[in-house]
Design a protein around this ligand. Sequence first.
Ligand code: FAD
Ligand code: FES
Ligand code: FES
Length: 1372
Amino acid sequence: MEENGTTTPPSKAGNSNLVFAVNGEKFEVANIDPSTTLLQFLRYHTRFKSAKLSCGEGGCGACVVMLSKYNPELGQVEDFSVSSCLTLLCSVDNCSITTSDGLGNSKDGFHPIHQRFAGFHASQCGYCTPGMCMSFFAALAQAEKANRPEPPPGFSKLTVVEAEKAIAGNLCRCTGYRPIADACKSFAADVDLEDLGLNSFWRKGEPKEVKLRRLPLYTPDGKFSRFPEFLRGRSKSAMILHLKGKSWYSPTTIEDVKSLLNSNMIEDNMQIRLVVGNTGMGYYKELDNYDRYIDLRYVPELSTIRKNHRGIEIGAAVTISKVISCLKEEGNVYYSSDSKQVFEKLADHMEKIASGFIRNSASIGGNLVMAQRKSFPSDIATILLAVGSLVSITSGHKHESLTLEEFFSRPPMDSRSVLLSVHIPSLKPKGSGYSNESNSKLIFETYRAAPRPLGNALPYLNAAFLADVSPQVNGLIVNDIQLAFGVYGTKHPTRARKVEEYLSGKILTASILYEAVKLVKAGVIPETGTSHAAYRTSLAVGLLFQFLFPYVNVGSAICDGLSNGFAGNLLKDSSENHKENSLHQSASSKLLSSGKQEVKSSKEHYPVGEPTTKSGAAIQASGEAVFVDDIPSPPNCLYGAFIYSTKPLARIKGVELIPNNRITGVAALISYKDISERGENVGSMTKRGFEPLFADEFTRCAGEPIAFVVAESQKSADLAARSALVKYDTENLDPPILTVEEAVEKSSFFEIPAFLYPAQVGDFSKGMAEADHRILSAEIKLGSQYYFYMETQTALAVPDEDNCILVYSSTQSAEHMHITIAKCLGIPEHNVRVITRRVGGGFGGKLMRSMPVATACALAAYKLRCPVRTYLNRKTDMIMIGGRHPMKITYNVGFKSSGKVTALHLDILINAGLSAEISPILPLTLIGTLKKYNWGALSFDIKVCKTNHSTKSIMRAPGEVQGSYIADAIMEQIASMLSMEVDSVRNINLHTFESLKVFYGEAAGEALEYTLTDMWEKLGASSRLVQRTEMIEQFNRINTWKKRGISRVPIVYGVAVVSTPGKVSILSDGSIVVEVGGIEIGQGLWTKVKQVTAYALSLIGCNGTENLVEKVRVVQSDTLSLVQGGYTGRSTKSESSCEAVRLCCNLLVERLAPLKSKLQEQMGSVNWEVLIVQAYSQSVNLAAHSYYVPASNSIHYLNYGAAVGEVEINILTGETKILQADIIYDCGKSMNPAVDLGQIEGAFAQGVGFFMLEEFVINADGLTISDGTWTYKIPAIDNIPMLLNVEVVNSGHQEKRVLSSKASGEPPLVLAASVHCATRAAIKEARKQLNTWSRLDGPDSAFDLDVPAIMPVVKKACGLDNVEKYLESLLH
Ligand SMILES: Cc1cc2nc3c(=O)[nH]c(=O)nc-3n(C[C@H](O)[C@H](O)[C@H](O)COP(=O)(O)OP(=O)(O)OC[C@H]3O[C@@H](n4cnc5c(N)ncnc54)[C@H](O)[C@@H]3O)c2cc1C
Ligand code: FES
Ligand code: FES
């Protein structure tokens, strides 16, 4: 020890190498930068690439792996899932890591999880799938060790509820989760196989034994979960690793931690980081590399839990998962039943923090330190505050025990302080001067109002309330009460002291509660600038009401009940008054998703029509499927990252890279100045113009790329880009155009070519004159939506000989990217080659928006003469890429008293952002779906506004989702004005075939093809709409705080078939290779193409063609191999690719037919392989190419469907639960009902996101603020309909369609409007009730319900002050 109290770091290092196993292989690492994550190591230094990077912040699960650790104290191996994007490599010393490619693979055999994911159609693009598999595998591994009865052979010890919850924190943007949940549930011991959905193992109605036999066998404790022997003997000792001046310490005593902190490291200005799970990095994204990391997990005092009669002492480094298990432990002798109940509720709450794979490594101490030091919106802080917890900290030589209130009121902990432990006291009722101790009881509840009920979402507000109460003759007296509120926009959670003081000693009555509520309203006030501030305050009011109201004016029976058990139980079986408040009941014990699928396959074009498994699904599950970022980097590869503008309109004075010794190997800063004279500053192109690759002297929108930093690693490039300084100047510049209104003022519009401007229908003035009622100048505003593909934009460009460039890109339009790159580089198109094998989700976002990303890589590679790649981090992707078009609609509508509309006029302002790109098609697509009703006369004025926002591009159902919604929103307003059922108003305005023809012309096709009205009726019957509507009315009558709504909506959705090429080649062994213009983006295009190839070639009529589908391989898109590939989007690329392939096959059959006849004559019968061998020897041309161009009268056609949505809203919190959705959709003769079903369910879920969840927020400059998984919430498994029934209708022969099939990719998304409309119906009920409380007579006026109808929106529509109004109604 030195005199000044500091020491040098302890040097008694035991190990200085990391030793761990990945899929059983030993890795020994001596030199590693301690900031390296496990994911980076796996992806860059091993051959195991199944763990994917998607968010890099713990919010999606794409990177999940299983970590196994030997616990010498228990003599057991612990297996758990972790997010490898946050886990630091140094912390996996002595651990074994299992990834999905380690579970099984195409060479050694797939694991049953892979097989079942494939068979249940649970993988579309496949980017989320390996992470899903690992979350589930870890749950299986844990369950196998649980002390539970042995499951039946082939099953696990998991229950169905646990099985689907195992993947609760993993996001999937493609499937809608139901099939994933089914794949997981198929392993559960208590599963009823009948309940599982469509799969490729069995057909409906087959006996259970057959089903069981067909399910890939699961045998627990297989070879995959074995812990390597070489790790078993290794014990943990202090470890120090050094690399280039950075060090990682794993001390094993608290003294060592202290001496490290008291050493001269701090004086030397070193950046020190204490670390446990490192999950805090997910929130703070501290990109800084630290000089010293001190791992706290091996210090016994910090990692043990001690229980005694005073409470539970939890070491700060204990993981949240372990805290939960400890709090739930049964049979604990120390604690009263009250304490146990409190502990259990704390555990229940903690189970909603983040997701399992975060809780497994996140420590309780880390959470509290983040909350104390950086005001992290913590749940743990709030709930522990309410129960009077204490923390112990050590700073220098001082050791202190503090209450949480003291802890939070202090200045942020300095870097020498260590949080040692957290003490949760054992609680017992004390009574008070107001009552007798013996009959007092504790009541305790915790709350979190969050967009996802099961977690993986920060709440708008959390709260925990603990009350000591006693029954009295005249009610329940509050002896003492502790009310903690947090996360609502204050730095730390707070106790509502004034409310506590007010309530103490009072008998709970409505007037007392009313006064308390007023105090809450005055006290729980978010800081200025907090979003949804009034909502958060109203939540605080609502939650306190929810807690106390069941005890207001309670009778003596209930008071007696208090002595028999925990007060919370009273809620379930007490009087009507309490039943209606059954808000405490948790839905978490129920299944999250289930459903029925009705599909009809057809044998006519076998194997077309079969619900076969998606091509490549198993290798997607095992993680062997190669995405762009999985392609190994060529030698000398550099990595790029974009510097984007944060200003909407400014002169760029300069871009400066800030020197920083933590950023190494920056090679170049590429900007528009690097484009050669032969080239052009072009980043994407359409027929209607182009968008610059980089801003030039001016930037014209926030998010616009300004430059591309190229460095030796992606991390360095990202760091350099993040810390770059852009100097802007706005002097003498006009203000930017940031609203559509401003665009109108300045006439800033993009031209809409006449052929893209839809035709008006009828005479609007005449229609208006015929109307009995009119709604004039009503407004609707719709916001944007972000794609949230799981794989962000990525490309790899490799320079080739002779000025050529090869680009691997994740794109939906390789052809146009190819042209753009050639133009930017100023080289002939034959010098460019773009290859795309598969895309990890596109949804339109990789159609145009992938082009600048690949072009920047190509430009940098071309200039630097070395390979350059990039994989956009999620934030950059969200800021740069744009999304759906926001718009403002003003309309006038006239209608009869019957509800029949006579005329509609709309003025629509579409915000297209900076470039026209594809926006001029929006008027056509929007009006296309809006016309689903017979408006009588329809006129409109649509402007596509040019603004200083990032370019808006097409996103699944672009314009259509808005058009269809606008139509339904108008129907809602009409119904409201007429006090009619909206369903009848819709019904009366549905098209007849005659009116359909008037509105849609030739696209309406034949009368028989108009299936909507039949499906409308059928859905009404199959979903029991009438009966359920009645049940809902009854529910709403007896429930005050929950309301239900139901709604049915139709769709008419026009699509256009596009021209596309195909190429089929037969190889000498009879196997077949196919190339198509369409790109596999998860939509199952390759699968349908394979089926059609097999069908069309089987028409040769020889033996062995029954299983031809297994001989077909569809290969990557290669723009030099197959030209004119066009775009993959707008739903029809699958069918046109199939048709192109069919044309090729027809040619081949034609060429083979004479030979086949000859051989048949000679041999009696001909086998496929023999035929091909002979064809080769006789020089028959076995490669055929085609370019399918649809006939002009068959380009356009209409798709039909309908959906019924049913929701339940909580009018205290604004939470909406989708109870049920029933969908009916006409796929013609589906080419693959399983693929189409997947498209329907997945699109519907994405629509639910648009309508209910995804708030895409921008700041005043148009810069995206929703820039990650923390702020942008796509639906998770707990947001989808709890029951989803889908019927895929086979409407039979469709003469002009490809093999009679119809599209399924986009239209079903629009059906999710049914959920929004159902929410509106539920809110209407809440508002009726509010009117009664407010003593307002008459019908409720129409109200606007924003899209998305997020919790604050719903609550606001139900009345932010509904609690106060209710209490007032009781009091007056
Ligand atoms: C995706 C995601 C979702 C989340 N959702 C929620 C949520 O809904 N509610 C909620 O409450 N939390 C949530 N969290 C936060 C999570 O609980 C914390 O990240 C976690 O508990 C931190 O623990 P850790 O061990 O990973 O800390 P680390 O990341 O290792 O450390 C965090 C910080 O604390 C310091 N530190 C750690 N331990 C100590 C100690 N003993 N003494 C002094 N300093 C210390 C570190 O130096 C660092 O600055 C979420 C996190 C993620 C990644
Ligand atoms: S990439 Fe790790 S959780 Fe998203
Ligand atoms: S399959 Fe899940 S994200 Fe694509």
